[in-house]
Write a new protein. Structure first.
Length: 347
């Protein structure tokens, strides 16, 4: 049974558990069987009820140099830490308690930096395993094209079981990326590898997708692999112009992630959220900015976009337009806790 979350006001204060929670994970964490569901943060597993207000798709650092050139020597971790930390502290000041960091391997994922930032900011940070195939496969390592789905899944499961790059930091979800008009063979393989990783770990699959056609194709692959749609986050669902198709994906059971919010998008986001609410689908919506992005190679890491517009602009506008606090909590508190709980979801 899913643990019941405490009722909070949006800007209410919560107390974070100090230090890393010590709790062993089995490969299969099922609701009602063995260990109760937990969420894996960069400082260790926590109860889903501890996440509080959660930004479900953000980045602290992204390096767009390409998989064949990526290196941590391209930036000084201390410089990145100094620039990023104030933005994370601001999230906490505004009522946020958790940030899902979506930068994948070969695109600048830095688990050691995330550990430092989590400790200093008091936020729960969640990182990932998996590979990003969008952008014409620029960020895929060469072995992606020669290895099988099972071999890729073995690599990702090794990170789940042993930690990432010798840091001991374990991923809290699977991040993949697809693109094009239809799933290519290599992108279909990424989805199969993610499904098989999920079956062995219970980690949720979050896929950079965009158009609903690709989301539906990925759901079909998951179905073939025996994985429920509830294990899948349709990332960048706001890019789909058709509300009917967005509802179709939600009705299939997947998480619909509206994660490119900025103040200029307020009217559209309110309209999308209202349509989903009116069809009874707020229980499957995730919300975030896709902001941040310290960029190695640019002076002082480039222009860093804050993680604050949702708190300062969108939530007040939703309240003005009749959204209740319970509905806002559904999207920002309860849904993320359910979506990122480590639990095998099979058909």
């Amino acid at each position: 049974m899913q643990p019941k979350l405490c009722r909070r006001t949006f800007l209410g204060r919560v107390t974070l558990a100090a230090g890393t929670v010590s709790l062993a994970f089995s490969d299969e964490t099922r609701s009602g069987e063995g260990t109760p569901p937990r969420v894996m943060t960069v400082l260790g597993p926590v109860h889903p009820g501890e996440l509080g207000v959660t930004l479900t798709h953000e980045h602290v650092l992204v390096d767009f140099i390409g998989a064949d050139k990526i290196s941590r020597d391209r930036y000084r971790a201390d410089d990145a830490f100094a620039k990023i930390l104030p933005h994370l502290k601001r999230v906490r000041e505004l009522g946020g308690r958790t940030l899902v960091e979506c930068t994948p391997a070969y695109l600048g994922r830095d688990p050691a930096l995330l550990q430092r930032l989590a400790t200093a900011s008091g936020l729960h940070l969640i990182t990932n395993t998996g590979y990003y195939g969008a952008a014409d496969n620029k960020f895929l390592p060469a072995h992606t094209f020669t290895e099988s789905a099972d071999q890729l899944a073995d690599r990702w499961l090794k990170e789940w079981r042993q930690g990432i790059d010798g840091t001991g930091v374990r991923p809290g979800f699977i991040k993949i990326g697809v693109g094009g008009d239809t799933l290519s063979d290599v992108h279909r393989k990424l989805v199969r590898a993610a499904a098989r990783t999920h079956r062995a770990s219970g980690l949720t699959v979050a896929s950079h997708t965009g158009p609903a056609k690709l989301a539906l194709e990925q759901l079909e692959v998951l179905r073939e692999e025996g994985v429920e749609a509830r294990a899948f986050v349709w990332v960048h669902a706001q890019a789909e112009s058709g509300p009917t198709v967005r509802l179709k994906v939600a009705e299939a059971g997947a998480w619909v992630s509206l994660d490119g919010y900025g103040p200029a998008e307020t009217k559209r986001y309110v309209e999308i959220l209202t349509a989903l609410r009116d069809r009874g689908r707020l229980g499957q919506v995730l919300l975030s900015h896709d902001a941040g992005w310290y960029r190695p190679g640019e002076p002082e890491g480039g222009q860093f976009r804050p993680f604050d517009a949702l708190f300062k602009v969108l939530v007040p506008k939703l309240k003005e337009d009749g959204f209740s606090q319970a509905e806002i909590d559904q999207v920002l508190v309860r849904n993320p806790a359910e979506a990122f709980a480590v639990r095998v979801r099979t058909r």
